[in-house]
Design a binder for this molecule. Structure first.
Ligand code: C2E
Ligand code: MG
Ligand code: MG
Length: 563
């Protein structure tokens, strides 16, 4: 190398180093240009970098080969480097020279050795960072993950100072497990990929869609794209086979947050808001899209409070039984009562609607139901011991019990320990929407009946009523939900009025006892009478009563029929 070559080497080498160390503004073009000029200076004909994720991949020849510099006349290698990185990936760099070129001098080889050494280490570091990025910000299937989402939002906040131009959403694909079950996992994965691509397309270049795990996705997009995104959320057909012949309908339950100007700034705040709204959407199939509002967070806090206070509340006997009479409308006689739970908390009575759905989500409801059964048994035992007249008391059992294989033993243990006759207890069960649930319901109802308990189907007519439910399960009592009971101003010809009559005659035909719930007016009592429904429960007779009030009610005898 003459003096000018050495000078040129220094200039180029420095230029290359400068490109490499300025990590914030890495200029690839300048970097490649410096490398090419260096290659020309050393009379190289080709430079190849090979990258293997593992040593095994290297052995099997499965890697990425990058030709960094190629003059098209490779002949013999003059220098080669192989390094094993910390993450166990392998990088090999080889330089070639054409046979007709002047061989490299000792001094040139030394300099080239230095360049290659620096270069390979630089590539190793870049690759390592890319692996870290892949591990940290993408899931196993290559979808950007929740950390990617959080980082994306944080960088938007840093750049724009606010997210108020954006809408964020968290979605859960509805019935997606059914797609997997019906068409297979592969088809499910393909459908998810295609759905994801549609969403990513709608969210545009300055939006993002990430996978939160399973069939949950989070997205952020400019507000003007809302309509486009919503169209996809409300359901689109997507291809689910490689040939493109089969399509499934994919739709979502979504929690959406139109980020306002004064929204709390952190990405964490946004995620917790859209997640909360999504959970609400998921619980309620009628509202597949739920827009976040601040009330939801306080609802969530209330829910957390219920879960936190529940164990102590049960120990402190804060849950009490209220009894609502069931009445024979012909004689005014009290023929039974339903045990309904009330929570006495800090001087207030909390109605079941505020805590039962919460406890159902964690299955703590089972503990509460057994506690209620215990309290009812103690009352019945006491009434029997005091020589009072008793009535059959029905206790509600949540669907959550259905998967409990020892449910019958648990119930028997409580009732027998209190020495309560089995015919004094009725168990109210509600319908379920799944086949598995149906089979469990059948098993539970049969087991309870075999042990002499009366079993009723609660809220019949709401939710998942099916004729199969009354054909396959030997119920004793059908409790007709108040949504089936015509209101005072309902004409006799209305669908509700006619169905009500038919449901009752069908139940009677099948030998079932009928109770209509939610009877509030004398006109409704008339409707029951006309339709031969003999038993009623409702505010017309009494609201649920405390134990003292109920005992008093029993003492007073029948209701007046002309009431
Ligand atoms: P449910 O089992 O269908 O109970 C009947 C509900 O209707 C009770 O509400 C009762 O107060 C109300 N009701 C009765 N008559 C009338 C009326 O004339 N008009 C109107 N508008 N409502 C009437 P409550 O006590 O608030 O209970 C609500 C639900 O909470 C119950 O519905 C039941 O599903 C659940 N629940 C209550 N206690 C328990 C319990 O101990 N365990 C379980 N698993 N669920 C319970
Ligand atoms: Mg009930
Ligand atoms: Mg009911």
């Amino acid at each position: 190398m003459d003096q000018s070559d050495i000078r040129e080497f220094h200039i180029l080498f420095e230029r290359m180093l400068r490109c490499m160390t300025d990590s914030e503004h890495f200029d690839r073009e300048k970097f490649v240009q410096a490398l090419e000029e260096l290659a020309a200076l050393f009379r190289l004909s080709k430079g190849v970098t090979e990258f293997y994720r593992t040593e095994r991949a290297e052995k099997d020849g499965e890697g990425e080969i990058m030709i960094d510099y190629d003059l098209g006349k490779k002949d013999h290698p003059v220098l080669s480097y192989r390094i094993l990185s910390k993450s166990k990936s392998v990088i090999i760099s080889t330089l070639y020279m054409a046979d007709d070129e002047k061989p490299l001098e000792e001094e040139e080889l030394e300099k080239l050795d230095l360049i290659l050494n620096v270069l390979v280490n630089f590539i190793a570091r870049n690759r390592f960072e890319a692996s870290l990025e892949r591990l940290g910000y993408y899931d196993d299937n290559g979808y950007p993950n929740i950390r990617y989402y959080m980082r994306y939002l944080e960088s938007l906040i840093a750049e724009e100072g606010t997210l108020s131009g954006y809408t964020a959403a968290c979605i859960n694909l509805r019935h997606f497990s059914a797609v997997n079950q019906e068409y297979g996992r592969k088809a499910g994965n393909l459908a998810l990929r295609n759905y994801y691509d549609e969403l990513a397309d709608a969210a545009g270049n300055d939006g993002v869609v990430c996978r939160m795990g399973g069939d949950n996705l989070v997205l952020a997009f400019r507000k003007i794209l809302t309509e486009k995104v919503m169209r996809i959320l409300s359901g689109i057909p997507v291809i689910c086979d490689p040939e493109g012949n089969k399509r499934v309908l994919v739709y979502a339950s979504a929690g959406v947050f139109n980020i306002p100007k004064d929204a709390p700034a952190g990405a964490g705040d946004i995620v917790s808001r859209i997640y909360t709204a999504m959970l609400t959407a998921k619980q309620n199939p009628e509202t597949p899209v739920v827009y976040y509002d601040e009330k939801m967070l306080s609802e969530r806090d209330k829910e957390a409070e219920v879960n936190l206070l529940f164990p102590k509340a049960i120990e402190n006997n804060e849950f009490k039984v209220f009894y609502q009479p069931k009445v024979d409308i012909e004689s005014g006689r009290i023929v039974g009562a339903e045990a309904l739970c009330r929570w006495f908390r800090g001087g207030n009575i909390v109605p079941p609607g505020d805590f039962i759905p919460v406890l159902e989500r964690t299955s703590e409801i089972c503990r509460l139901d057994f506690h209620m059964l215990e309290l009812v048994c103690r009352d019945l035992r006491r009434w029997l011991d005091e020589g009072r007249q008793t009535v059959r008391v029905s206790v509600n059992l949540s669907r959550k019990h259905l998967s409990d294989a020892d449910l019958k033993d648990h119930i028997l243990e409580i009732i027998d320990r209190n020495k309560v006759p089995h015919q004094s207890i009725e168990i109210e069960l509600t319908e379920t929407g799944t086949e598995v649930g149906f089979q469990s319901l059948k098993r539970v109802a049969e087991e309870l009946q075999e042990n002499g308990f009366c079993v009723s189907v609660d809220d019949f007519g709401m939710g998942y009523s099916s004729l199969n439910l009354i054909r396959e399960i030997p119920w004793n009592v059908l409790k007709i939900d108040r949504c089936f009971l015509p209101t005072d101003d309902e004409p006799e010809s209305s669908i509700t009025s006619r169905m009500y009559g038919h449901v009752i005659s069908m139940a009677h035909d099948l030998g079932l006892e009928c109770v209509t719930e939610g009877v509030e007016t004398s006109k409704q009592v008339e409707i029951l009478r006309k339709n031969n429904c003999r038993f009623a429960q409702g505010y017309f007779y009494d609201k649920p009563l405390s134990v003292e009030e109920f005992e008093d009610r029993l003492n007073r005898g029948n209701y007046s029929i002309s009431k």
